[in-house]
Design a protein around this ligand. Structure first.
Ligand code: FES
Length: 100
């Protein structure tokens, strides 16, 4: 476990979402009101790319069949027993670092 620079803050303004691939890991990075969060980027429904979806508040909407997950907790919006991995994030200057 170590923090790695994965993106630039200037490319992830508040209200935006992006997909990051580090090695064999796919993450969804979201900026909720200026706070950056990271969750597993692979949807547990049918492996949709969550980082290519939409961000509504703190909810990431899968682009394939619209399942929604909280980007802060990783929880599915209707079924909290479905939960994505979350990753610690810190911002240093313009660098976004994730603990992988
Ligand atoms: S693959 Fe994400 S909702 Fe179906």
């Amino acid at each position: 476990m170590a923090f790695e620079v994965v993106a630039n803050l200037s490319e992830l303004p508040p209200g935006s979402l992006t997909e990051i691939t580090i090695g064999d890991k796919q993450l969804a990075l979201c900026n909720v009101d200026g706070a950056v969060h990271a969750i597993d980027g692979v949807c547990p429904h049918r492996n949709g790319p969550l980082g290519q979806g939409a961000l509504h508040g703190s909810l990431v909407v899968c682009p394939w069949h619209a399942w929604e997950f909280d980007c802060i907790t990783g929880r599915h919006d209707y079924n909290p027993s479905i939960r994505l991995d979350t990753f610690a994030v810190k911002v240093e200057g313009n660098d976004i670092l994730v603990d992988l």
